[in-house]
Design a protein around this ligand. Sequence first.
Ligand SMILES: C[S@@+](CC[C@H](N)C(=O)[O-])C[C@H]1O[C@@H](n2cnc3c(N)ncnc32)[C@H](O)[C@@H]1O
Length: 342
Amino acid sequence: MAWWNPRRIGEGAGTARLAWLEQFARRDGVTWLSEARAFSHDEGEYDAQYASEADRPEVGQGAVALMRALDADLGGPALEVACGTGLLSVGLAAAGAYPGLIVTDASPRFLELTRRKLARNGLEDRARYAVLRFEDLPRLPAETLSLVVLRSALHHVLDVERFVADTARLLRPGGVLAFQEPCAEGNVLMGALAHFVPMVMQAAGHAPTARQREQLRLFEDTIRFYARRDVDKAAAEDKHLFRPHELVEVGRGCGLEVRFLPNVVFEDCVGGLPPARRPGSFFGFFHDYLRYCMAFDAELVTLFSEHFARHCALVEELSRTGDGPAMHGVFACRKSAGRPGR
Ligand SMILES: C[S@@+](CC[C@H](N)C(=O)[O-])C[C@H]1O[C@@H](n2cnc3c(N)ncnc32)[C@H](O)[C@@H]1O
């Protein structure tokens, strides 16, 4: 069956199933389920930093294709949490697989950017838009949604266990909480290896500048902060790296069966379930993380590429056969048919 199913979009069943939204204040087409929370960086600069200006419908379409491949429930509306600039939203709206789609973020500015992206694709009317904080999921009605989906956002949630439990309550039987997030295994390895970059640069005749040393130290500190669980993360924007076995347990405690697809991104699922051992490039991921996420200076990124790749040879070889560490992955947490969430 094709993912494109216009009969299920917009008016009709979708509108009726989202009638509960009407009890909340609505202004300029945005429903206010929460108080606004601005992102800690300029929302208008987000796409430029992550080179994500382009519309990439395959991201949301991949998430929907994954749900189909897992034979998930599609009978209720879908909720996207923390949409940012809409990288996932465009394909979710284009797919039109659910009878209703609510696209949300805590930041009204992000919501506006996403809405604009959907509008330029002729998809603005395919979604409802709402300001929603993670913490306010209990304001939504229980057992109404078929999909709660996030991309690169669960690591911003302070209390992950609470969030998973709150989401499980919202899902219909057979519904899925799906998210794509960074994993501790591969990221901690990057942090450990980064420690040796200054020595390798020095040995190659390119002594790092004080600023470059500072950038590398910041990277190590960043990974340490994300990986540790004994520090207060309330004030930080990005907070966590995930260990799949822990999320399996968290999900189980809420009546969710968790499936983990290591090193898979949503768009890999456009054609259905990707291979279990997805080949990738550890060094490519490492490079892109330093360039885009850490915004390292261009010279440092170039020197890193030229001189450090060979020191990552073993991990790179394993990654290319799908046997490397999990850098990130997609988690699909399905609510069992018999048991309501907490
Ligand atoms: C790294 S961005 C990811 C955006 C988008 N999903 C993507 O893949 O590009 C993290 C998102 O989490 C949102 N966020 C942070 N704290 C939040 C909260 N307490 N409630 C809801 N969203 C929040 C931010 O506004 C931002 O849109």
